[in-house]
Design a protein around this ligand. Sequence first.
Ligand SMILES: Cc1cc2nc3c(=O)[nH]c(=O)nc-3n(C[C@H](O)[C@H](O)[C@H](O)COP(=O)(O)OP(=O)(O)OC[C@H]3O[C@@H](n4cnc5c(N)ncnc54)[C@H](O)[C@@H]3O)c2cc1C
Length: 297
Amino acid sequence: MKIKNMLLKDGFTLSFEVFPPKREGSLESLYLTIQNLVTLEPHFISVTYGAGGSTRDKTVKIASTIKNEVGTEVLAHLTCVQATREDIVGVLNDLKNENIENVLALRGDPPQEEKVFIKTAGGFGYANELVEFIKAHDNFSIGVAGYPEGHIEAPDLDTDIANLKRKVDAGADFIITQLFFNNDDFYRFRDRATAQKIAVPIIAGIFPIFNYKQIAKMVALSGAKIPSRFHDKIYKISDKNEEVEKYGIEYAIVQSEHLLGNDVSGLHFYCMNKSDHISQIVRDLSLPTQKNVTTPE
Ligand SMILES: Cc1cc2nc3c(=O)[nH]c(=O)nc-3n(C[C@H](O)[C@H](O)[C@H](O)COP(=O)(O)OP(=O)(O)OC[C@H]3O[C@@H](n4cnc5c(N)ncnc54)[C@H](O)[C@@H]3O)c2cc1C
C-alpha cells in the first residue's frame, strides 16, 4: 500500500528505520530485529541507502524481504550520490519488480573524500530534481527529508523550508524529519512549513539514545542539538550503559507522548538495527491507530 494512502486513511503512521549491515553475517540478526519490530504493528519499515549507492542491492533485497516475505509495507531510501539517471532508473525498476511502492527521495551526503556535494554528470544536484524524475518515471508514493533545525548546509531555516517546498511541489507526498530532541524545534518547523504552504503530512524522526558514545557521532552526522539538561544527565551516567539506555527510553517516551498530544502525523523511530529499546518505548505509548499490540510472553 502507498504511504500516502495510509496517511489519508489512518491520519497517522508508526514506522521504523533500519540499515543494511556491512557484514553479510549480520543480515540474519537484522531479520530477527525486523521480526521483533513487526510485532509492534508498524505501518511501514524503511531501509536506508548507503553512501554512493554502496548498498544498492542490499537495500532492494532487504526492502523486498520485508514487503514480500514478512508482509509489512516498506519504504526504500534512494540517493543521488554518484548516480546517473540510468543508475536511478535501474534502482526504480528493481523496486518496481519487487512490488515496492514507496521511495524516500534524497540527495545524500557528499562522499567522505569530498567536502561539498558535487552533482554527478548525468545525475541530480538536489532532491527536488530526483522527486520530479521519480514522479515522471512511475507511480511511487514519494517521501522526502525535512530538518527541524535546518539542514547543515542551509543558511537559515526559512531558506531550507523554501527548498523543502520545492520537493513537495515536485510531487512529494510526505516528509520524514531528521532526528531532534527538542520538540519546540519540530513545532516551529511545522508552523513555518505550514506558513510556506507545505500541506503534506510531516512525520517526526525520533532517535532513542541507548549508548553514550553514539551521541557525538550522531550529532556530528545530523547537526541535531542535544538539550543541555538531557546531555548533563546522560554525561553523569555515561559509564553505566543500562542507566543510559533506561534514560534514553524514558526521554523518547516523554518526547513521543508530547508529539502525539500535538497532532503529529507520524512517529518514525531510528532503530539502529535493534528492537528491545524500541519495543519498550512503543508499548508504552498510546498510539492513535495501534491495533492489539500484545506483549510477548
Ligand atoms: C529521514 C531521513 C532519511 C535519510 N536517509 C538517508 C539514506 O538512506 N542515505 C543517505 O545517504 N542519507 C540519508 N539521509 C541524509 C541526507 O541524505 C542528507 O541530510 C543530505 O545532506 C541531504 O539530503 P536531502 O535529500 O535533504 O537534500 P536536499 O533536499 O537536496 O537539500 C540539500 C541542501 O540543499 C539545499 N537545497 C535543496 N534544494 C535546493 C535547490 N533546488 N536549490 C538550492 N539549494 C537547494 C537545502 O536547503 C539543503 O541545504 C537521510 C536524512 C533524513 C532526514
